[in-house]
Design a protein around this ligand. Structure first.
Ligand SMILES: NC(=O)c1ccc[n+]([C@@H]2O[C@H](COP(=O)([O-])OP(=O)(O)OC[C@H]3O[C@@H](n4cnc5c(N)ncnc54)[C@H](OP(=O)(O)O)[C@@H]3O)[C@@H](O)[C@H]2O)c1
Length: 253
């Protein structure tokens, strides 16, 4: 089977690290990189070497998402690996996020990843196997003030991802759900600024994108169900974490 790996958000902090780690693990794979502005991913595609293609598309349109996957397929054949990493985070009080931005966030962070998975999984089943990585967030696990829409999108993506894993595993498709806490990136820097840079945002553990990417590639190899990184965020699985975050978590400005 000739691998064709599709990575969304490949120009971002975590997405570019994932693309590099996947290239190192699969030197012969064909790689399609999907971002809203393709210039940085075009440069990344060149650095990755081998067969790699950058495709510009606005993933807050599910039709554009499906069309971009079609273009990737036309170039490189059936999709055998999908990484849903593109996303935006908004830290703002519920009623103050303009509806257009809230809706675009839900489409980008939740609906398009599901659409891409829906398009790509039949390819994987026909090819005899494959993998899907869904980059969710600990913000979908813990009730963080200011993250109503982002948390809803990431909780929804994580739930769909965990269920899809159960359904697809026996048919050779590995689904890995990723729950990052804070990981250094432009998105993370902006979120901390939106929280006003208080003491909590300065002391919380902040991970490295390459270390996260290494864990994800290892999880695909081992068929592990999920990655929580940095490890300290596993505390988010405790029942008390949600109420504590609501009571003591940072407030959006
Ligand atoms: N960093 C963290 O602390 C953290 C924590 C939890 C979860 N996550 C999740 O990890 C993923 C990657 O985040 P990151 O930290 O690497 O952020 P980032 O550096 O800001 O990267 C975001 C990526 O998403 C792409 N993107 C944004 N809007 C898009 C659109 N409308 N259509 C297509 N692509 C779009 C960006 O493309 P352009 O560069 O072309 O705009 C960029 O490649 C996100 O899903 C995020 O929610 C991050």
């Amino acid at each position: 089977m000739r691998r064709h790996l599709v990575v969304t958000g490949a120009s971002g902090g975590i997405g570019s690290a994932l693309a590099r780690a996947l290239r190192a693990a699969h030197p012969d794979a064909r790689m399609s990189l999907l971002d809203v502005s393709p210039a940085p991913s075009r440069a990344l595609a060149e650095r990755l070497g081998g067969e790699a293609l950058a495709l510009g598309c606005d993933l807050s349109s599910t039709d554009e998402a499906a069309a971009a996957l079609g273009r990737a397929r036309d170039a490189f054949g059936p999709v055998t690996g999908l990484v849903n990493c593109a996303g935006v985070m908004e830290v703002v009080a519920f009623e103050r996020l303009p509806w257009e931005r809230a809706e675009a966030l839900l489409l980008l962070d939740l609906v398009s990843p599901l659409r891409l998975m829906h398009e790509a999984v039949p390819d994987m089943l026909a090819e005899g196997g494959g993998f899907v990585v869904n980059v969710a967030s600990m913000a979908g696990k813990v009730t963080l003030p200011g993250c109503a829409f982002y948390g809803a999108a990431k909780a929804g993506l994580a739930m769909a991802s965990e269920i899809a894993r159960r359904e697809l595993r026996s048919r050779g498709v590995r689904v890995v759900t990723v729950y990052p806490g804070a990981v250094a990136s432009p998105l993370e820097a902006r979120a901390k600024a939106q929280y006003g840079g208080g003491w909590l945002t300065k002391v919380i553990p902040t991970g490295d994108p390459d270390a996260l990417a290494a864990r994800v590639v290892d999880a695909i190899r081992r068929d592990a169900p999920r990655v929580v990184y940095p490890a300290a965020y596993a505390v988010g699985w405790l029942a008390a974490a949600g109420p504590l975050a609501l009571r003591f978590g940072p407030r959006p400005r």
